[in-house]
Design a protein around this ligand. Sequence first.
Ligand code: HGY
Ligand code: MN
Ligand code: MN
Length: 421
Amino acid sequence: MPPSEESRVRAKTVIDRCRKLAGFSERPDSTSRTFLSPPMRDCHQEIGEWLEPLGVEVRIDAAGNLRGFYPGSDRAAPRLLVGSHLDTVPDAGAFDGALGVVLGVALLESLEGVRLPFGIEIIGFSEEEGVRFGTPFIGSRALVGRLDEDLLRHEDAHGTSVRAAIEGFGLKPAEIPAARLKGDVLGYVEFHIEQGPVLEELGLALGAVEAVAGQSKLEFAFLGRANHAGTTPMHLRRDSLAGAAEWISVVEREGKSVPGLVATVGTVEPKPGVANVIAGETRLTLDVRHRVDDVRTRAVDALVRLAQEIATRRGLTVTERTLLSQPSVPMDRGMVEQIEEAIRRTGLKPHRMVSGAGHDAMILAEKVPSAMIFLRTPGGLSHNPEETVRMEDVARALEAGSHLLSLLARSPALERRVKRA
Ligand code: HGY
Ligand code: MN
Ligand code: MN
Protein backbone atom coordinates (compact mmCIF):
# COMPACT_ATOMS: atom_id res chain seq x y z
CA MET A 1 0.00 0.00 0.00
CA PRO A 2 1.23 3.52 -0.74
CA PRO A 3 2.54 5.72 2.09
CA SER A 4 -0.12 7.72 4.00
CA GLU A 5 -0.95 11.32 3.17
CA GLU A 6 0.54 12.34 6.54
CA SER A 7 3.83 10.63 5.67
CA ARG A 8 3.89 12.36 2.30
CA VAL A 9 3.35 15.77 3.90
CA ARG A 10 6.14 15.10 6.39
CA ALA A 11 8.35 13.81 3.56
CA LYS A 12 7.90 17.05 1.63
CA THR A 13 8.96 19.00 4.73
CA VAL A 14 12.01 16.74 5.07
CA ILE A 15 13.06 17.41 1.48
CA ASP A 16 12.42 21.15 1.78
CA ARG A 17 14.48 21.27 4.98
CA CYS A 18 17.38 19.36 3.40
CA ARG A 19 17.41 21.86 0.58
CA LYS A 20 17.34 24.72 3.08
CA LEU A 21 20.36 23.30 4.92
CA ALA A 22 22.09 22.89 1.54
CA GLY A 23 21.88 26.67 1.20
CA PHE A 24 24.17 27.08 4.23
CA SER A 25 27.45 26.92 2.36
CA GLU A 26 30.99 28.33 2.20
CA ARG A 27 30.29 29.11 -1.47
CA PRO A 28 27.50 31.23 -2.92
CA ASP A 29 26.77 29.01 -5.91
CA SER A 30 27.13 25.47 -4.54
CA THR A 31 26.91 23.42 -1.35
CA SER A 32 30.18 23.07 0.53
CA ARG A 33 30.24 22.81 4.34
CA THR A 34 33.35 21.55 6.09
CA PHE A 35 34.28 21.04 9.74
CA LEU A 36 33.06 23.95 11.91
CA SER A 37 32.97 26.44 9.06
CA PRO A 38 30.55 29.38 9.64
CA PRO A 39 27.62 27.81 7.69
CA MET A 40 27.71 24.93 10.19
CA ARG A 41 26.51 27.41 12.82
CA ASP A 42 23.56 28.30 10.57
CA CYS A 43 22.72 24.58 10.37
CA HIS A 44 22.82 24.26 14.15
CA GLN A 45 20.56 27.31 14.50
CA GLU A 46 18.02 26.03 11.95
CA ILE A 47 17.87 22.49 13.31
CA GLY A 48 17.62 23.85 16.85
CA GLU A 49 14.56 25.84 15.79
CA TRP A 50 12.94 22.64 14.51
CA LEU A 51 13.79 20.67 17.65
CA GLU A 52 13.15 23.09 20.53
CA PRO A 53 9.33 23.25 20.05
CA LEU A 54 9.31 19.45 20.52
CA GLY A 55 10.77 19.76 24.01
CA VAL A 56 14.16 18.61 22.78
CA GLU A 57 17.22 19.76 24.77
CA VAL A 58 19.72 20.93 22.14
CA ARG A 59 23.45 21.42 22.69
CA ILE A 60 26.63 21.52 20.61
CA ASP A 61 29.32 19.27 22.05
CA ALA A 62 33.03 20.15 22.08
CA ALA A 63 33.58 18.35 18.75
CA GLY A 64 30.90 20.52 17.14
CA ASN A 65 28.28 17.77 16.98
CA LEU A 66 24.67 18.87 17.36
CA ARG A 67 23.09 16.80 20.15
CA GLY A 68 19.29 16.93 20.62
CA PHE A 69 17.87 14.84 23.48
CA TYR A 70 14.17 13.89 23.57
CA PRO A 71 13.65 12.16 26.93
CA GLY A 72 11.59 9.00 27.19
CA SER A 73 8.75 8.43 29.66
CA ASP A 74 11.51 7.77 32.22
CA ARG A 75 14.38 10.22 31.88
CA ALA A 76 16.85 7.59 33.08
CA ALA A 77 15.76 5.09 30.40
CA PRO A 78 18.24 4.03 27.69
CA ARG A 79 18.37 6.21 24.60
CA LEU A 80 18.29 5.50 20.88
CA LEU A 81 20.67 7.61 18.78
CA VAL A 82 19.39 8.76 15.38
CA GLY A 83 21.59 10.89 13.16
CA SER A 84 24.13 11.41 10.42
CA HIS A 85 26.65 14.06 9.38
CA LEU A 86 26.08 17.74 8.60
CA ASP A 87 29.31 18.41 6.73
CA THR A 88 29.50 17.91 2.96
CA VAL A 89 31.95 17.36 0.13
CA PRO A 90 32.56 20.39 -2.12
CA ASP A 91 29.77 21.01 -4.66
CA ALA A 92 27.62 18.47 -2.85
CA GLY A 93 24.03 17.40 -3.14
CA ALA A 94 21.43 18.26 -0.50
CA PHE A 95 20.86 14.82 1.01
CA ASP A 96 24.19 13.08 1.80
CA GLY A 97 24.28 13.33 5.60
CA ALA A 98 21.63 15.99 6.19
CA LEU A 99 18.81 13.59 5.28
CA GLY A 100 19.65 11.36 8.24
CA VAL A 101 19.42 14.27 10.67
CA VAL A 102 16.28 15.80 9.17
CA LEU A 103 14.51 12.42 9.04
CA GLY A 104 15.34 12.01 12.73
CA VAL A 105 13.69 15.35 13.47
CA ALA A 106 10.63 14.31 11.42
CA LEU A 107 10.38 11.06 13.39
CA LEU A 108 10.26 13.04 16.63
CA GLU A 109 7.60 15.31 15.14
CA SER A 110 5.54 12.26 14.15
CA LEU A 111 5.45 11.20 17.83
CA GLU A 112 3.35 14.33 18.51
CA GLY A 113 4.58 14.56 22.08
CA VAL A 114 4.24 10.87 22.92
CA ARG A 115 7.04 9.67 25.20
CA LEU A 116 8.52 6.24 24.48
CA PRO A 117 10.03 3.85 27.04
CA PHE A 118 13.40 5.06 25.76
CA GLY A 119 14.88 8.46 24.98
CA ILE A 120 15.90 9.56 21.49
CA GLU A 121 19.03 11.61 20.81
CA ILE A 122 19.25 13.31 17.41
CA ILE A 123 22.88 13.75 16.37
CA GLY A 124 24.26 15.96 13.58
CA PHE A 125 27.92 14.98 13.28
CA SER A 126 30.31 17.86 12.65
CA GLU A 127 32.56 16.09 10.20
CA GLU A 128 32.37 12.73 8.38
CA GLU A 129 33.70 13.44 4.90
CA GLY A 130 37.33 14.18 5.81
CA VAL A 131 37.46 17.15 3.45
CA ARG A 132 39.05 19.85 5.62
CA PHE A 133 41.71 17.80 7.44
CA GLY A 134 42.12 14.83 5.10
CA THR A 135 40.90 12.42 7.77
CA PRO A 136 37.21 11.56 8.22
CA PHE A 137 34.84 10.92 11.14
CA ILE A 138 36.11 13.67 13.49
CA GLY A 139 32.62 14.15 14.95
CA SER A 140 31.67 10.52 15.54
CA ARG A 141 35.16 9.68 16.81
CA ALA A 142 34.50 12.11 19.68
CA LEU A 143 31.52 10.00 20.76
CA VAL A 144 33.60 6.82 20.96
CA GLY A 145 36.55 8.51 22.66
CA ARG A 146 38.88 8.57 19.62
CA LEU A 147 39.18 12.32 19.08
CA ASP A 148 42.68 12.22 20.49
CA GLU A 149 45.67 14.59 20.68
CA ASP A 150 47.08 13.25 17.42
CA LEU A 151 43.88 14.05 15.56
CA LEU A 152 43.62 17.46 17.24
CA ARG A 153 47.04 18.29 15.78
CA HIS A 154 45.97 17.64 12.17
CA GLU A 155 46.14 20.84 10.14
CA ASP A 156 44.09 22.03 7.17
CA ALA A 157 45.48 23.65 3.99
CA HIS A 158 45.81 26.97 5.85
CA GLY A 159 47.75 25.49 8.76
CA THR A 160 44.77 25.63 11.14
CA SER A 161 44.67 22.61 13.47
CA VAL A 162 41.55 20.71 14.49
CA ARG A 163 42.13 22.08 17.99
CA ALA A 164 42.27 25.68 16.71
CA ALA A 165 39.17 25.12 14.57
CA ILE A 166 37.28 23.93 17.65
CA GLU A 167 38.44 26.96 19.66
CA GLY A 168 37.66 29.25 16.72
CA PHE A 169 34.09 27.96 16.77
CA GLY A 170 33.85 28.97 20.42
CA LEU A 171 34.12 25.42 21.78
CA LYS A 172 36.55 24.03 24.33
CA PRO A 173 38.81 21.08 23.40
CA ALA A 174 39.16 20.38 27.13
CA GLU A 175 35.48 19.40 27.08
CA ILE A 176 35.88 16.76 24.36
CA PRO A 177 35.75 13.92 26.93
CA ALA A 178 32.23 15.15 27.83
CA ALA A 179 31.15 14.44 24.24
CA ARG A 180 31.69 10.72 24.76
CA LEU A 181 28.64 8.50 24.83
CA LYS A 182 27.57 7.93 28.40
CA GLY A 183 24.74 6.06 30.05
CA ASP A 184 22.77 3.34 28.49
CA VAL A 185 22.56 3.59 24.72
CA LEU A 186 20.06 1.29 23.05
CA GLY A 187 21.70 1.69 19.66
CA TYR A 188 22.39 3.99 16.73
CA VAL A 189 20.26 4.19 13.58
CA GLU A 190 21.37 6.17 10.55
CA PHE A 191 19.12 6.93 7.62
CA HIS A 192 21.23 7.66 4.54
CA ILE A 193 20.92 7.73 0.77
CA GLU A 194 22.53 4.66 -0.79
CA GLN A 195 24.67 6.85 -3.05
CA GLY A 196 24.80 3.99 -5.54
CA PRO A 197 22.65 2.21 -8.17
CA VAL A 198 21.58 -1.00 -6.37
CA LEU A 199 18.17 -0.10 -4.93
CA GLU A 200 17.19 1.71 -8.10
CA GLU A 201 18.15 -1.30 -10.24
CA LEU A 202 16.09 -3.55 -7.94
CA GLY A 203 13.18 -1.10 -7.98
CA LEU A 204 13.26 -0.84 -4.18
CA ALA A 205 12.75 2.22 -1.98
CA LEU A 206 14.64 1.12 1.13
CA GLY A 207 17.56 -1.14 2.03
CA ALA A 208 18.86 -2.61 5.30
CA VAL A 209 22.62 -2.20 5.54
CA GLU A 210 24.33 -5.33 6.89
CA ALA A 211 27.91 -4.04 6.67
CA VAL A 212 29.90 -0.96 5.72
CA ALA A 213 32.86 -1.69 3.44
CA GLY A 214 36.33 -0.95 4.77
CA GLN A 215 38.35 1.84 3.20
CA SER A 216 42.00 2.78 2.78
CA LYS A 217 43.07 6.36 2.07
CA LEU A 218 46.71 7.09 1.18
CA GLU A 219 48.69 10.06 -0.09
CA PHE A 220 51.43 9.36 -2.70
CA ALA A 221 54.24 11.70 -3.79
CA PHE A 222 56.12 11.05 -7.04
CA LEU A 223 59.41 12.96 -7.02
CA GLY A 224 61.40 13.78 -10.19
CA ARG A 225 63.19 16.94 -11.27
CA ALA A 226 61.59 20.22 -12.31
CA ASN A 227 62.99 21.41 -15.63
CA HIS A 228 62.29 23.57 -18.65
CA ALA A 229 59.44 22.23 -20.83
CA GLY A 230 60.98 23.73 -23.98
CA THR A 231 64.62 22.79 -23.68
CA THR A 232 64.62 19.39 -21.97
CA PRO A 233 64.66 16.48 -24.48
CA MET A 234 62.11 13.74 -23.69
CA HIS A 235 64.76 11.12 -22.89
CA LEU A 236 66.43 13.36 -20.30
CA ARG A 237 63.34 14.07 -18.25
CA ARG A 238 62.35 12.94 -14.73
CA ASP A 239 58.73 13.93 -15.10
CA SER A 240 56.80 13.20 -11.88
CA LEU A 241 53.44 14.01 -13.48
CA ALA A 242 53.96 11.60 -16.37
CA GLY A 243 54.94 8.89 -13.87
CA ALA A 244 51.87 9.61 -11.78
CA ALA A 245 49.68 9.51 -14.87
CA GLU A 246 51.00 6.07 -15.81
CA TRP A 247 50.26 4.87 -12.28
CA ILE A 248 46.72 6.30 -12.31
CA SER A 249 45.90 4.11 -15.32
CA VAL A 250 47.36 1.14 -13.41
CA VAL A 251 45.10 1.98 -10.42
CA GLU A 252 42.06 1.86 -12.70
CA ARG A 253 43.23 -1.42 -14.26
CA GLU A 254 43.73 -3.03 -10.81
CA GLY A 255 40.34 -1.74 -9.63
CA LYS A 256 38.64 -3.40 -12.60
CA SER A 257 40.52 -6.67 -12.11
CA VAL A 258 39.04 -7.64 -8.70
CA PRO A 259 35.27 -8.18 -8.26
CA GLY A 260 33.77 -5.74 -5.74
CA LEU A 261 36.95 -3.65 -5.50
CA VAL A 262 36.92 0.11 -6.11
CA ALA A 263 40.11 2.16 -6.41
CA THR A 264 40.10 5.91 -7.04
CA VAL A 265 42.69 8.64 -7.47
CA GLY A 266 40.64 11.69 -6.50
CA THR A 267 43.29 14.42 -6.40
CA VAL A 268 46.43 15.12 -8.44
CA GLU A 269 48.64 18.08 -7.51
CA PRO A 270 51.71 18.66 -9.75
CA LYS A 271 54.32 21.17 -8.56
CA PRO A 272 54.97 23.84 -9.59
CA GLY A 273 51.88 23.15 -11.75
CA VAL A 274 52.52 25.55 -14.62
CA ALA A 275 52.47 24.84 -18.35
CA ASN A 276 56.14 25.41 -19.17
CA VAL A 277 57.71 23.48 -16.27
CA ILE A 278 58.16 19.72 -16.04
CA ALA A 279 56.60 18.79 -12.68
CA GLY A 280 59.28 18.00 -10.13
CA GLU A 281 56.76 16.65 -7.65
CA THR A 282 53.26 15.24 -8.03
CA ARG A 283 51.05 14.40 -5.04
CA LEU A 284 47.99 12.16 -5.36
CA THR A 285 45.38 10.58 -3.08
CA LEU A 286 44.29 6.95 -3.36
CA ASP A 287 40.95 5.63 -2.05
CA VAL A 288 40.52 1.82 -2.06
CA ARG A 289 37.46 -0.02 -0.77
CA HIS A 290 36.17 -3.57 -0.51
CA ARG A 291 33.85 -5.39 1.89
CA VAL A 292 36.60 -7.96 2.62
CA ASP A 293 39.53 -6.34 4.41
CA ASP A 294 42.10 -8.82 3.13
CA VAL A 295 41.17 -8.09 -0.49
CA ARG A 296 41.40 -4.34 0.15
CA THR A 297 44.79 -4.45 1.90
CA ARG A 298 46.26 -6.79 -0.76
CA ALA A 299 45.11 -4.35 -3.46
CA VAL A 300 46.74 -1.44 -1.60
CA ASP A 301 50.02 -3.38 -1.27
CA ALA A 302 49.97 -4.18 -4.99
CA LEU A 303 49.37 -0.53 -5.92
CA VAL A 304 52.23 0.64 -3.68
CA ARG A 305 54.54 -1.91 -5.33
CA LEU A 306 53.43 -0.86 -8.84
CA ALA A 307 54.04 2.81 -8.00
CA GLN A 308 57.59 1.96 -6.96
CA GLU A 309 58.21 -0.07 -10.17
CA ILE A 310 57.00 2.81 -12.35
CA ALA A 311 59.06 5.34 -10.38
CA THR A 312 62.24 3.27 -10.60
CA ARG A 313 61.87 2.75 -14.36
CA ARG A 314 61.42 6.50 -14.85
CA GLY A 315 64.23 7.65 -12.58
CA LEU A 316 61.74 8.94 -10.02
CA THR A 317 61.19 8.15 -6.37
CA VAL A 318 57.80 7.67 -4.75
CA THR A 319 56.67 7.83 -1.13
CA GLU A 320 53.28 7.04 0.36
CA ARG A 321 51.54 7.92 3.64
CA THR A 322 48.47 6.11 4.98
CA LEU A 323 45.76 8.57 6.04
CA LEU A 324 43.15 5.98 6.98
CA SER A 325 42.84 2.21 7.12
CA GLN A 326 39.27 1.59 8.27
CA PRO A 327 38.23 -2.07 8.52
CA SER A 328 34.89 -3.27 7.17
CA VAL A 329 32.25 -3.06 9.89
CA PRO A 330 29.24 -5.39 10.24
CA MET A 331 26.03 -3.76 11.45
CA ASP A 332 24.25 -5.11 14.54
CA ARG A 333 22.43 -8.26 13.47
CA GLY A 334 19.48 -7.77 15.81
CA MET A 335 18.94 -4.22 14.64
CA VAL A 336 19.27 -5.22 10.99
CA GLU A 337 16.51 -7.79 11.53
CA GLN A 338 14.33 -5.17 13.26
CA ILE A 339 14.90 -2.77 10.37
CA GLU A 340 13.94 -5.48 7.90
CA GLU A 341 10.72 -6.13 9.85
CA ALA A 342 10.04 -2.38 10.01
CA ILE A 343 10.47 -2.14 6.22
CA ARG A 344 8.18 -5.16 5.78
CA ARG A 345 5.49 -3.42 7.87
CA THR A 346 5.46 -0.54 5.40
CA GLY A 347 4.41 -3.09 2.78
CA LEU A 348 7.81 -3.21 1.09
CA LYS A 349 10.26 -6.06 0.55
CA PRO A 350 13.44 -5.45 2.56
CA HIS A 351 16.82 -5.86 0.89
CA ARG A 352 20.06 -6.49 2.77
CA MET A 353 23.10 -4.79 1.31
CA VAL A 354 26.67 -3.64 1.93
CA SER A 355 27.50 0.04 1.89
CA GLY A 356 30.40 1.01 -0.40
CA ALA A 357 30.38 4.46 1.17
CA GLY A 358 31.76 5.02 4.63
CA HIS A 359 29.40 6.24 7.35
CA ASP A 360 29.42 7.37 10.96
CA ALA A 361 27.63 4.10 11.77
CA MET A 362 30.95 2.29 11.26
CA ILE A 363 32.46 4.38 14.05
CA LEU A 364 29.49 4.22 16.44
CA ALA A 365 29.44 0.42 15.92
CA GLU A 366 32.67 0.28 17.96
CA LYS A 367 30.62 1.13 21.06
CA VAL A 368 26.89 0.64 20.45
CA PRO A 369 24.69 -1.61 18.31
CA SER A 370 24.46 0.30 15.01
CA ALA A 371 22.49 -0.09 11.82
CA MET A 372 21.50 1.88 8.72
CA ILE A 373 18.44 2.31 6.54
CA PHE A 374 19.26 3.20 2.93
CA LEU A 375 17.01 5.20 0.67
CA ARG A 376 17.07 4.69 -3.12
CA THR A 377 19.35 7.17 -4.93
CA PRO A 378 17.86 8.16 -8.30
CA GLY A 379 20.51 7.73 -11.00
CA GLY A 380 22.85 6.32 -8.36
CA LEU A 381 24.29 9.81 -8.27
CA SER A 382 25.89 11.31 -5.15
CA HIS A 383 28.71 13.67 -4.18
CA ASN A 384 27.16 15.68 -7.00
CA PRO A 385 24.72 18.64 -6.92
CA GLU A 386 22.25 16.52 -8.97
CA GLU A 387 21.90 14.10 -6.02
CA THR A 388 18.24 13.66 -5.11
CA VAL A 389 15.62 11.44 -3.42
CA ARG A 390 12.06 10.47 -4.25
CA MET A 391 9.42 11.96 -1.93
CA GLU A 392 7.65 8.59 -1.91
CA ASP A 393 10.82 6.93 -0.60
CA VAL A 394 11.27 9.53 2.13
CA ALA A 395 7.66 8.89 3.18
CA ARG A 396 8.40 5.16 3.28
CA ALA A 397 11.53 5.79 5.33
CA LEU A 398 9.49 7.77 7.85
CA GLU A 399 6.96 4.95 8.14
CA ALA A 400 9.71 2.37 8.51
CA GLY A 401 11.27 4.58 11.20
CA SER A 402 7.98 4.71 13.10
CA HIS A 403 7.61 0.94 12.89
CA LEU A 404 11.20 0.60 14.12
CA LEU A 405 10.46 2.77 17.16
CA SER A 406 7.43 0.59 17.96
CA LEU A 407 9.47 -2.59 17.56
CA LEU A 408 12.22 -1.23 19.81
CA ALA A 409 9.67 -0.11 22.40
CA ARG A 410 8.44 -3.69 22.64
CA SER A 411 11.84 -5.40 22.30
CA PRO A 412 12.80 -7.74 25.15
CA ALA A 413 16.29 -6.22 25.05
CA LEU A 414 14.80 -2.88 26.03
CA GLU A 415 12.63 -4.37 28.76
CA ARG A 416 15.69 -5.99 30.33
CA ARG A 417 17.64 -2.73 30.17
CA VAL A 418 14.83 -0.51 31.36
CA LYS A 419 14.47 -2.76 34.43
CA ARG A 420 18.22 -2.38 35.03
CA ALA A 421 18.26 1.40 34.48
O1 HGY B 1 33.63 8.73 1.27
C1 HGY B 1 32.66 8.21 1.76
O2 HGY B 1 32.50 7.03 1.69
C2 HGY B 1 31.64 9.01 2.50
O3 HGY B 1 30.87 9.74 1.59
N1 HGY B 1 32.26 9.89 3.43
MN1 MN C 1 29.58 11.61 1.49
MN1 MN D 1 27.40 10.53 3.93
